[in-house]
Design a protein around this ligand. Structure first.
Ligand SMILES: [Zn+2]
Length: 232
């Protein structure tokens, strides 16, 4: 239960790109809370990437922007430089996670506990999760595998999100959200949406995203919190 409420909504967005600012404006407008998973080794890098045949900006915030941009939300680790952790040995996994976590903790002035595994596809496994659990200060780590479910999960070091706003689509998020709000359960139920804010630029899905956020917001029986607030 969260503040006596049996339902919670949270968001998780990756890479610390400058489009986060626009998404955060929407989160703040509708009273929503999210966790932003950031690669401190890429601070200030100005790049673009091609997604679905469209070239879009993938510019990262500078370290000096982080505390201000994310002040109403949670900052979380995403490794220093975004390697696929399943390809690294134990020492390098610890370095990538812990250096990122400690750098971000210094910047924001609180201890960073959250993490999302970098990279799509198979970006984590039991070995990596065990290293993160046993040798870093991370308390939970998100995968990219949609569950379409709201049930409590036992393995917080391979925590699966409910739905992906881009890969599954915003329409799918809306369907899942309708099912979430209709659900009557005695158990706590969590709707966990993840993505990258730059994906909203690909087909200019910002208006559709705002409609989804408006639909999710302002419900008396729902707790809106960061990942740490809903998972720990
Ligand atoms: Zn990423």
């Amino acid at each position: 239960m969260w503040n006596g409420k049996s339902k919670a909504v949270t968001f998780s967005y990756d890479d610390g790109v400058t489009q986060d600012l626009r998404l955060i404006e929407l989160f703040d407008k509708y009273g929503l809370k999210g966790t932003f998973n950031i690669n401190s080794g890429h601070f200030g890098k100005d790049m673009s990437i091609v997604r679905n045949g469209v070239q879009i900006s993938h510019k990262r915030f500078s370290g000096s922007d982080i505390a201000r941009v994310y002040k109403n939300h949670e900052v979380a680790a995403h490794t220093l430089t975004h390697p696929n952790l399943t390809t690294l040995d134990e020492k390098d996994i610890i370095y990538q996670v812990e250096q990122d976590r400690l750098t971000l903790s210094d910047i924001v002035g609180y201890e960073v506990f959250a993490m999302a595994y970098p990279g799509g596809g198979v970006n984590n496994d039991d070995r990596v999760a065990k290293v993160v659990r046993d040798y870093t200060g991370v308390k939970f780590a998100r995968t990219t595998t949609s569950t379409y479910s709201f049930d409590k999960q036992t393995n917080l070091y391979r925590f699966d999100p409910t739905v992906y706003h881009h890969g599954d689509g915003i329409k799918k998020c809306r369907e899942v959200a309708e099912r979430f709000f209709d659900l009557r359960s005695d158990e706590p139920q969590l709707l966990y949406i993840w993505g990258h804010s730059f994906e909203l630029d690909i087909h200019d899905d910002w208006a559709e995203m705002e409609e989804l956020l408006l639909y999710l917001a302002n419900r008396d029986d729902v707790f809106y919190g960061t990942n740490s607030e809903v998972l720990l």
